[in-house]
Design a binder for this molecule. Sequence first.
Ligand SMILES: Cc1cc2nc3c(=O)[nH]c(=O)nc-3n(C[C@H](O)[C@H](O)[C@H](O)COP(=O)(O)O)c2cc1C
Length: 730
Amino acid sequence: MQTKRAKHIVDILLGAGLLLLMSYQVAGEAGHEWTGVAMTVLMIVHQILNRRWITALFKGKYTPLRIVQTFINAVLVVCFLLTALCGINMSVHAVPFLSDFMRASLGRRLHLALSHWCFVLMGLHLGLHIPAMLKGVKSQALRRIGFSLSILAAGAGLWLFLQNSYPDYLFFRVPFAFIDYDKPILLVLLEAVLIAFFWAFVGAQLPGLLNRRADKSSRLVFLAGILLAAVLGMGLAMAFPPESRDIWNESAAPWNAADREETAGQSPEETPVPGESTAVPAAEVKEASVDDGFVHIAGGSFLMGSPETENWRIEDETRHEVTLSGFYMSPFEVTQEEYERLMGENPSNFRGENLPVENVSWLDAVRFCNVKSADAGLDPAYAIDGETVTWNRAAGGYRLPTEAEWEYACRAGTVTPFNTIHAAGPEEANYYGHYPYEIEENYFHDEVLETRPGRYRQTTVEVSSFDPNPWGLYNMHGNVNEWCWDLYGSYDLAGTVDPTGAETGTRRVYRGGGWNDFGKNLRSAYRAAGELDMISFNLGIRLVRSAGNALSGTVTTSSESKKPRSGGKMLIAYFSWSGNTRGIAEEIRRQTGADIFEIVPVPAYSDDYNTVLMEAQRDQHDKARPAIADPLPVLDDYDVILLGYPNWWASIPMPIATFLESYDFSGKTILPFCSHGGGRFGQSLTAIAQLAPGAVIAPGLSVHYSGGSGLPGDIRTWLESQGVQINSKE
Ligand SMILES: Cc1cc2nc3c(=O)[nH]c(=O)nc-3n(C[C@H](O)[C@H](O)[C@H](O)COP(=O)(O)O)c2cc1C
């Protein structure tokens, strides 16, 4: 009897401990670890007290209920022990001397998934005991009321289970715990209790359901209980889907005619201002002459670029004061609906009329500007002759923002890395939310970050999503990058009034980061660049119009038509850490017979995955240029360089930077190929553009890890599309 009571006490303590563990923000990191240690001890005590259950295993008759009970208990014990083991691996407070025996990222994923399984199984386990505990309640009325209330609570629990993305955790779909530190602690605990209650409710129906001696109608009642709770939970989940309430701001949608009228001539005072932003409002707002809902951005001066103290800044962000005339800017990225209506086609990868158009080249973007101007009866801003485009600055038609206009509008008066108070989080912008700003150096202890890892949506979202910046512009950070007018080059520190970009070059600037970019590449000052015919499902358009007659003259830019010279002699140069890029490079050599050179850094990177993660981010952060073991090949003989590398922290590994900086690539073509773990090229193409300014960068090939059995075909298709000669025996 005493053992039974002790067991119940231990059970309750385990349940309470698990609630505390699942509500991470209640106890914090140290509290979480010590609770885990206490739970492990309790679990061992539980097993000792429960030794009769263990010795009776596989003995006696197995009824359906006993099979289910045994299964749940056994899986719970295994899950619990594995969760504890992974927890020990991550420990920095309780048992740090026992930690680090398994790959940290693997340990973290396992810990996350298994701990959620423990929570579900513990709920079921406790639920299985409930019918026995309720035997003393004789009043039928009381039982009915209790049952009905339980259905409501369980329904709410199921909804919260879905709301809090439990299925994502259970099925290994998230690498980090996404913790809402702003949620009141009591609410966090209440939610955890309700979620556990849902599973306990399901567990409590099982004895009745599986009891073969029970009559059909009472079994139906148990089944109906579960079904009703499920319908209620799913209904709530459909009415209040996870995160949707914050993200989808339907009322501001540009496709809503009534709202469009409201947005026209919108003043900054009317636009929502996030929190205590450091932003200052635009000084003055004039009524737009065209009823297109564009926001007037008053002219002024600002500091363009980033201060040298800004973490993860790139050298090309030289800070300098710029003065701009006023202009009108669309609050939204161009939607697919509008693009298709005007251009008769929709090139986008992700489909949805209110999603931003993507997969548009810079040339497509300027053509679109002119078509939209014609549609609105405005003077076209551009004269387009092949790849030579002349911007008539006096024209009132639609155009791309200059890079300076874009950054001025994005900053909206802020001088911080992002236009939000802290770095934009995944609930404020659509980007590769697993990797918020400064995750690189805090990968193993992301709890120190103000902006925590969060959702990676792997798609664009509607253009009115999230709060706008202080000047009423939506998605200046994230969703899709946005093409600017400027040719990419060093900033002209002398011409700082209404600057229009570099005078020569082939690449166009694009800004803001997209759904597939890391936090550091969403910074207001970050500059990305691509060839004018490059397309990407991470890159779209936002339009502006000049205001008044402030601008005059024309700017003509030609791409200097540097088409890839793929007929010449080819060199494959690659760096590979774990062999995937090497495999791709060797397949390319097999198909082309090109010369090959492996870029081997000295000293070599560590063989240990966790260590190389740190070494790689340190090198990238410090802009290191590791030495290369073998003498570099003479590049004079080669016209085309097939450059291979793994995606490291959304960019190139630094030995590639050493290689690129060792040559003048003028007149040469680089065909990049990149092995990745899901991030495709990341921002590696921009990094190459910065380091090899003279080269033409042709469309590259991104390969998921080793590329699998489709690799030879993918390589052949890519090479052929670039006009590369394939061996005749292929
Ligand atoms: C240090 C390091 C950083 C990485 N960063 C990324 C990343 O940001 N995005 C991504 O998709 N994959 C990333 N990966 C995965 C590699 O790109 C992927 O495993 C690739 O296939 C490795 O190529 P390799 O075998 O030639 O070294 C990273 C791997 C390492 C070791």
